[in-house]
Design a protein around this ligand. Structure first.
Ligand code: HEM
Length: 380
């Protein structure tokens, strides 16, 4: 709120001393997300990260084979990388997954039947999306624990040495997986990418490793927070929970309000200015790193009246929780469907209550992600 009131953009120092411009108003955040003068091309970042780091030697180097993906590239390379995979995630294709997502959800809820109290993150919010994305890509589930640990370290901005080690392990694991898919094609999205026949669609080995990394990380780190943050907010606002219980047709709108009010992603990923750009009342010089704060923009009164109140019946459309512009989330239809099925089934089967004092809940300390480590709830 303070950022939004003071100016359209302000330079702040982040975790580990990285200087960035933070943009918190809705219109300006939307502008930053879509304007091509804010680049995401990874090759341009290396030098800038060095230039903008206050402390020397305290930044982690990401494994190079994990960074050659669409979220780190501008058109036309971005267009090529996104094309094939986006076909697999259209609303129509994703709708076909409904029975399987419902089945996984039911199995997860069956597994906690009879328990008076569970951690919703562990029981449902985490395993559902990761099972779905692993099935879509046909990634073996045995490696799930390793993958969860590496993923947490990489996204959580751990110590540089830990990040480098986790990145190396992840890259080696995914590289083996690409080789395995090459030799054993299946009927999954990953095989379709590895075996693309059209020259324009073909990705090289490193691009395939990076693509798998991006999709799996997105599957691990985001939808879990949509479900857990959303249920947490319902429990903090019992009148909204009652409303949803008495009218399940409110569910799709409720999911949009979960995303607007406390979405899984705090800030969109880094961009940098390729020239001086005027953002509202501020000129951001060329060569600066910029972050659009999705969580601040989604509570901007100029766009959402009474923005600080959680109201599942409000028109929440137009929120920026999935980003905006060419990098708009590929997985949005899947995440929405998983959220609807998970929350719908949970409320269908159980009366739920918060089983811990809200102030004792631990939030992850990540610049990018907004999420709880655990959400203890009572079931009856
Ligand atoms: C991009 C949010 C789930 C795959 C993005 C971006 C946001 C976002 C904000 C844009 C980042 C930027 O412009 O800097 C979310 C949220 C999710 C979610 C809130 C859950 C509620 C998923 C899932 C998948 C996925 C399940 C996998 C299927 C991607 C990909 C991109 C992306 C591949 C990059 C698109 C591009 O660069 O063109 N997501 N995401 N996301 N997301 Fe998601």
């Amino acid at each position: 709120a303070e950022l939004r009131e003071q100016s359209a953009a302000r330079q702040v120092v982040l975790h580990r001393g990285l200087k960035v411009w933070l943009v918190g108003r809705y219109d300006e955040a939307r502008f930053v997300l879509a304007d091509p003068r804010f680049s995401k091309e990874f090759s341009g970042f290396e030098e800038l990260f060095d230039k903008h780091h206050v402390g020397e030697g305290d930044r982690a180097r990401f494994d190079q084979s994990l960074v050659q993906h669409m979220l780190n590239s501008d058109p036309p390379n971005h267009t090529r990388l996104r094309k094939l995979v986006s076909k697999a995630f259209t609303a129509r294709r994703v709708e076909q997954l409904r029975p399987r997502i419902q089945q996984i959800t039911d199995e997860l809820l069956d597994a906690v039947a009879g328990q008076a109290e569970v951690d919703l993150v562990d029981a449902l919010a985490f395993p559902l999306p990761i099972t779905v994305i692993c099935e879509l890509l046909d990634v073996p589930m045995d490696d799930r624990d390793d993958f969860r640990r590496w993923s947490n370290i990489l996204v959580g901005g751990d110590e540089p040495a830990a990040v480098e080690e986790a990145g190396g392990a992840m890259a080696a694991f995914l590289s083996r997986l690409v080789e395995h898919k090459r030799a054993n094609p299946g009927d999954d999205i990953f095989s379709a990418l590895v075996h693309a026949t059209d020259d324009n669609d073909r990705l090289d080995h490193t691009e395939l490793v990076s693509m798998a990394f991006l999709l799996l990380i997105a599957g691990h780190e985001t939808t879990v927070n949509l479900i857990a943050n959303g249920v947490h907010n319902l429990l903090l606002h019992p009148e909204q929970l009652d409303k949803l219980r008495s009218d399940p047709t409110l569910l799709p709108g409720a999911i949009e309000e979960f995303l607007r009010y406390e979405g899984p992603v705090n800030q969109a990923t880094f961009r940098y200015t390729t020239e001086d750009v005027v953002v509202g009342d501020v000129t951001i010089p060329a060569g600066e790193i910029v972050l659009a704060s999705l969580i601040a923009a989604n509570r901007d009164e100029r766009r959402f009246p009474d923005a600080e109140s959680f109201d599942i019946t409000r028109p929440s459309g137009g929120h920026l929780a999935f980003g905006h512009g060419v990098h708009y989330c590929v997985g949005a239809p899947l995440a929405r469907l998983e959220g609807q099925i998970a929350v719908g089934a949970l409320l269908d089967r159980y009366d739920i209550g918060l089983a811990a004092a809200p102030e004792t809940l631990r939030w992850r300390s990540s610049t990018l992600m907004r999420g709880l480590y655990t959400l203890p709830i009572s079931l009856s």
